[in-house]
Structure formats: structure tokens, C-alpha cells
Design a protein around this ligand. Structure first.
Ligand SMILES: *Cc1c(COP(=O)(O)O)cnc(C)c1O
Length: 520
């Protein structure tokens, strides 16, 4: 990195931003520019000072690296600063409201972290003898009992490691159950149009054919169309409740009865359980399998690819097909881990296993901490407050943003808006980018697909009225600019380190390997 003669170098400008920033460094106050680690470090230098190794016997059996590894050499402070600077360019739930609909980005109580870090939980090994880890297994078992109680179901598979993984587990249970009945020919899974993309992906991955079920004008599953499609080739329906339009599927019980009568199973996508936890038991609605995103409903940190956990609750009909291993409390209070070797003839129908070991221990610990610190009454209030907050957002903004289903009554845990009344040439993307300048992570955009230019806002219960008011004020201001056709909004964000990146190109042709830039 060199500076020109005058000692001033033209700083980086955000794409579309005509005004260069006027600082020598390119930094904007405490928002620091940061180059790639390969640009600041170089492979000729090293940050560590290792003594020459004694020449000994080569134990790499010809596998020794033939070419230099090419890592940039940086000192410890340089390395620490690099990653700390990058981390400051992240948005996080610990910085502010995270309105991503369908993601349930709620505050993760610090108590969760404290408990998860206790050595008896954090340092256990999955192969430790069962007698030495009774406490940790007890956590898994107690959480399982809570999940079964809260959902009114018969059993639970704890090991799936994310919502989508849980979907796969549930669908594999359904597949095994159909095969056992000699009805492996049922190959169709019905999925409503508004479903999360993981639903059809799961069904297809498990070898089923996906058929869409349309939505009604009020944003719910078209029950008549669904019932009309049922038949001897239908294996299951996958339905999200509350659905991704933020609405409760009131007909789910009637749908389940019809699906069962036609010989199929009901998979419920339970990612939105936060809106109904403690108030509705999916088991009462005839659900056969439902994943619970522990990392959404029961806090536990997520986002940025962090760990998830997606236990699947199962009906009596599907429980025998659930995966191994699982925990069971014996009559003497001892917790046993039911594995292949111990399962014997007691679990002949299990479809196999989803993971090598028990699942995400750290997430189990956090989720159980969250559940126990809230208690049954507290969990019910979580759902009520999440719904109240979403309705506050919906009613506060429906005069400025089109809210396609607002006329049909209250929403559940998320408020859905569309781009219908923005100025010509202005889109949902412009509103999202404008929100970044206001210091917020954008809401979920262009999902669900059934609403044109969808903006899905899920505030969760952890936001105060003051925080909601600030967010509502920001979104109102940006929406008004989009309605008035403010040209500056088209190039927003103006205050972020980078502005409009070509996200499609980045997704389709990601550059994941750094190459030395040709010398200038
Ligand atoms: C988050 C989500 C999923 C997928 O869950 P992951 O844990 O991200 O795999 C599935 N369906 C809906 C409706 C979701 O919101």
C-alpha cells in the first residue's frame, strides 16, 4: 500500500456514490476500511519466530507439501485487528433490532451462554461412557420431554442439526412408515406456494415429487384445492403454521383429517413456532411430524452460519421410525442412550441415523436454559408478545406501505408488506438498502414468493416499544422516500462500507480463492 506524493490518496468510494470520502486513510470516523488479508500481509514475511526444527525422520510418507502454502504473514496484533475490523462491519442482534422475517432473530439471554460454557456441558465428549455424562444426557432428555409436552406429540428426534435437516428427518420417517405399510408407491408431496424453499427441496432430496398447492387471496392454503388433490399417490403434505405470510392456518385440523383419511401424513414446518408456543399444540391439529428450530424459538444464537438445531417431534404413528440414537430415562432414573447395539428388537423400524452422535449439545443446553428460565407461563407470554409486537409494526405502517393481508385481521408474529404503492422504478430492494443507511439490517425481502416485492418484518418479543418505534420511524421515512421517488434512495446505502454489490454475480460465480493481483 503506498501513498502518493502529496500524502493524500483518493479514498475508496462506494459504487454509485459520486463524492469521494475525504480522509487520508479511506476510513470514515470509526468505520475502518479493511483490505483483504492477502493484501495487507505477504507470504514472504512471517509473524512468528520459530526455531529451526531438528532434522529428523520424515514421517509424512511422501505427503509433504511441495510448494509454499502461500499464507500471508501477519503479526499477532495485525491479525487481531484485521478480524476485529471486519467484525465491526457486521450487523448483529447484540447491536440492534434484526427484522428478518421467518428467522426469529431474538435476543439470546446471557444466562444461556453461561450455562452452555459450564465444563460439564462444554467439554464432554460424545463417546464418553454413558455413566460419566449422566448430567449432559439428562439435559437432552429433559429438553426432549419439554418439546413433546409443548407440542402435544408422542416422540422427538433430537439429533437433526437445523430446520432443514429436521425436515429431512421427518420426511424420512414418513417414507419409512409408507414402505412398512407397503405403500412406497406414494411419491407425491404437496407443498403450498408460500412455503419456505427448504420444504420442496427436502421433499425432492428424499426422492418425492413436489406439487404446488395454491394460496387463497387471504394468504392461506387453498383447502379445497388441497383436498381435491389428495389420493393414493400422495405421501404427505408439508404445511407451515403459522405460515410464511404471518397468518395462522385455521383449517389445519380439517386438512390433517382429510390427509389422514386419504392415507397420507402431515408434515408441519415449525420454524414459526415462536408465534404459538405455549398456546397451540400442533399434536392437537393432527400433525405427524414437525421440526422445531431451537435456534429461532428458544433463542440460542444464530445467523452468519452459526450452529442450529432442529429436533423433530413425531406422532404416535411415526415415532417408531425415528432415528437413533436417542435418550431414555429408565425406571431407576438412569439415562440410557439407545444406540444400534442397545436398540435390538425394540426399535426394528428406525430409518437409521441423521448424525454421527447426539446432536448439537451447545444448542440443547441453551434451549433448555431458555425454557426453564421462562417457565411454561413465560413461554406463552413469549408467543403473545411476539404477536403483539408484529401487529404494532403492521398497524403503524399500513398507511404508508401496502399490507396485502392486513384487512383480513391481525397477523401472527410477522408483518407482511409489498412494493405495490412505491413510485415507478422503485422497488423493495431500494427500501431494504435505505434501511441500511438508517442503521438496521433489512427485513426479509422477496419472500414469500406469493406476494410481489414482499417485505417480511419479524420484530420478535424481545424488542421494547422504544426500539420498535425507532424502527417504525426509520422504515416509514424510507418508505415515504420510495413513494416520493427520491433519487438518492436508488443508490443507497451511502454510509455503508460498500454499496450495491452484484449479489447475483456473487452467488452464481463466487470468487473463493484469492489470486495475486497483477503488479500495477
Ligand atoms: C428458517 C426456516 C427453515 C429452515 O431452517 P434452518 O434452520 O435454517 O435450516 C424452514 N422453514 C421456515 C419457514 C423457516 O423460517
Amino acid at each position: 500500500m503506498s501513498i502518493n506524493q502529496s500524502g493524500w490518496r483518493p479514498a475508496m468510494t462506494a459504487a454509485g456514490d459520486a463524492a469521494p470520502s475525504l480522509t487520508f486513510t479511506g476510513n470514515r470516523a470509526l468505520m475502518l476500511e479493511e483490505a483483504l488479508i492477502f493484501e495487507i500481509g505477504d507470504s514472504e514475511t512471517t509473524g512468528v519466530d520459530l526455531a529451526d526444527t531438528l532434522v529428523g525422520e520424515d514421517r509424512l510418507a511422501g505427503l509433504a507439501r511441495a510448494t509454499p502454502i502461500g499464507l500471508p504473514g501477519l503479526s499477532e496484533p495485525e491479525t487481531v485487528r484485521h478480524y476485529t475490523r471486519l467484525s465491526r462491519q457486521n450487523y448483529a442482534i447484540d447491536l440492534g433490532l434484526f427484522p428478518l422475517g421467518s428467522c426469529t432473530m431474538k435476543h439470546n439471554p446471557r444466562l444461556n451462554e453461561k450455562v452452555a460454557r459450564l465444563p460439564g456441558f462444554a467439554d464432554v465428549h460424545p463417546l464418553a461412557p454413558v455413566d460419566t455424562v449422566q448430567g449432559a444426557l439428562g439435559v437432552i432428555n429433559e429438553l426432549a420431554v419439554w418439546l413433546i409436552k409443548l407440542t402435544g406429540m408422542h416422540g422427538v428426534a433430537m439429533s437433526p442439526k437445523a430446520g432443514a435437516h429436521g425436515e429431512l428427518c421427518g420426511i424420512l420417517c414418513i417414507k419409512a412408515a409408507l414402505e412398512k405399510r407397503g405403500e412406497g408407491h406414494r411419491k407425491v408431496i404437496l407443498v403450498p406456494e408460500s412455503a419456505h424453499g427448504t420444504n420442496p427441496a427436502t421433499a425432492a432430496f428424499a426422492g418425492f415429487t413436489v406439487e404446488d398447492i395454491p394460496a387463497t387471496p387471504d394468504g392461506r392454503v387453498d383447502t379445497d384445492a388441497l383436498k381435491a388433490r389428495l389420493g393414493p399417490d400422495v405421501a404427505a403434505v408439508m404445511i407451515t403454521n403459522p405460515n410464511t405470510c404471518g397468518l395462522f392456518e385455521r383449517d389445519l385440523k380439517a386438512i390433517s383429517d382429510a390427509v389422514h383419511a386419504a392415507g397420507g401424513y402431515v408434515y408441519c414446518d415449525g420454524a414459526n413456532f415462536n408465534a404459538i408456543v405455549g398456546r397451540v399444540r400442533p399434536g392437537d391439529l393432527g400433525v405427524d411430524a414437525m421440526h422445531i428450530n431451537l435456534h429461532k424459538t428458544f433463542s440460542t444464537p444464530h445467523g452468519g452460519g452459526g450452529p442450529g438445531s432442529g429436533p423433530v417431534v413425531l406422532s404416535k404413528a411415526l415415532s417408531p421410525f425415528g432415528p437413533l440414537p436417542f435418550t431414555a430415562r429408565m425406571a431407576d432414573g438412569h439415562i440410557q442412550l439407545i444406540e444400534e447395539e442397545t436398540a435390538g428388537d425394540d426399535h426394528p423400524d428406525t430409518f437409521g441415523r441423521m448424525t454421527a452422535f447426539h446432536g448439537q449439545m451447545g444448542m440443547f443446553t441453551r434451549a433448555l436454559t431458555y425454557i426453564l428460565s421462562h417457565g411454561a407461563d413465560g413461554l406463552k407470554q413469549v408467543a403473545e408478545d411476539a404477536v403483539l409486537n408484529a401487529n404494532y409494526v403492521l398497524r403503524s405502517l399500513e398507511d404508508v406501505l401496502d399490507a396485502p393481508f392486513a384487512g383480513a385481521g391481525p397477523c401472527m408474529h410477522e408483518a407482511l408488506f409489498s412494493d405495490a404503492n412505491l413510485a415507478d422504478g422503485f422497488s423493495t430492494l431500494d427500501v431494504a438498502k435505505g434501511l441500511i443507511d438508517e442503521g438496521f439490517h433489512p427485513m426479509t425481502v422477496y419472500f414469500p414468493l406469493v406476494v410481489h416485492g414482499a417485505m417480511l418484518v419479524e420484530p420478535t418479543e424481545t424488542e421494547s416499544k422504544a426500539a420498535l418505534d425507532q424502527f417504525i420511524g426509520a422504515l416509514r421515512s424510507v418508505a415515504e422516500r420510495a413513494k416520493a421517488g427520491d433519487p438518492a434512495l436508488k443508490s443507497a446505502p451511502h454510509f455503508a462500507p460498500r454499496a450495491r454489490l452484484d449479489e447475483t454475480l456473487a452467488a452464481r460465480k463466487p470468487v473463493l480463492v484469492w489470486k495475486e493481483r497483477p503488479a500495477a
